[in-house]
Design a binder for this molecule. Structure first.
Ligand code: SF4
Ligand code: SF4
Length: 218
């Protein structure tokens, strides 16, 4: 679709979801290259994947710490995005003063991303993928249409934490802390949510997967 519309108008910019995990996972690389070829500047959304790249699985976090001790998880992700030459603005959500200060520091004392760091980012992305996490960015668009009020991003968030730390006990405890009406077993398989999901997730099937896992580890 992007390939089709990008040549139909003279665009000032396009907005794409780009970060070092989605580069391959949702083919952000291809979208970026289409914009780059058409010389359309890119505004980046989800540069840290809804905060997921600041909350790396243990193995990935350890690798980043060992290979890039001068970076935080956030600065590494933001520097990676900035290394893409067609990018001119990054929409970085911040939820407290500390994050704001960290972002200002990253861009005030900016360090260019190196080829070696590119390789490290690709390796970290592979580690994250190998954990089997659900590709949810917690945008909550699915929640706008779910007739049952299932707390989809919270459920997927808990599952992803479990996939990164393998702590079945805590997964179960936190899942049980969700309101009964918001849990995966209340899904009626209407599929309205999937139509609204920008990540193209088969949400009812994934909810079933989470529910089965909760039962297994419980
Ligand atoms: S399929 Fe389930 S989660 Fe999705 S909108 Fe319907 S009830 Fe909600
Ligand atoms: S719409 Fe998709 S990506 Fe967004 S919160 Fe729902 S499941 Fe996650």
């Amino acid at each position: 679709m992007l390939k089709e519309v990008i040549h139909e108008h003279k665009w000032d910019f396009c907005q794409l979801q780009i970060n070092y995990l989605d580069w391959e996972v949702i083919n952000a690389k291809e979208l970026y290259e289409i914009a780059d070829e058409a010389k359309v500047p890119v505004i980046v959304m989800e540069p840290l994947r809804g905060g997921g790249l600041c909350n790396l699985p243990e193995k990935a976090a350890q690798k980043l710490k060992a290979d890039c001790p001068n970076d935080t998880q956030a600065s590494f992700g933001l520097r990676w995005v900035t290394s893409k030459k067609r990018v001119f603005t990054i929409l970085s959500g911040m939820s407290n003063l500390q994050q704001l200060k960290e972002n200002i520091d990253t861009f005030t004392n900016f360090r260019e991303f190196t080829q070696t760091e590119e390789k490290i980012a690709a390796e970290i992305a592979k580690i994250i993928q190998s954990q089997g996490a659900i590709n949810c960015t917690a945008c909550r668009y699915c929640m706008e249409v779910c007739p049952r009020g299932i707390n989809i991003p919270a459920i997927f968030g808990l599952y992803n934490v479990y996939k990164s730390n393998d702590n079945g006990f805590m997964f179960n405890v936190n899942y049980e802390a969700l309101k009964e009406d918001e849990r995966a077993d209340k899904c009626i398989n209407c599929h309205l949510c999937s139509k609204n999901c920008p990540q193209g997730l088969d949400i009812p099937a994934l909810l079933k997967q989470v529910e089965d896992t909760v039962k297994k580890v419980g």
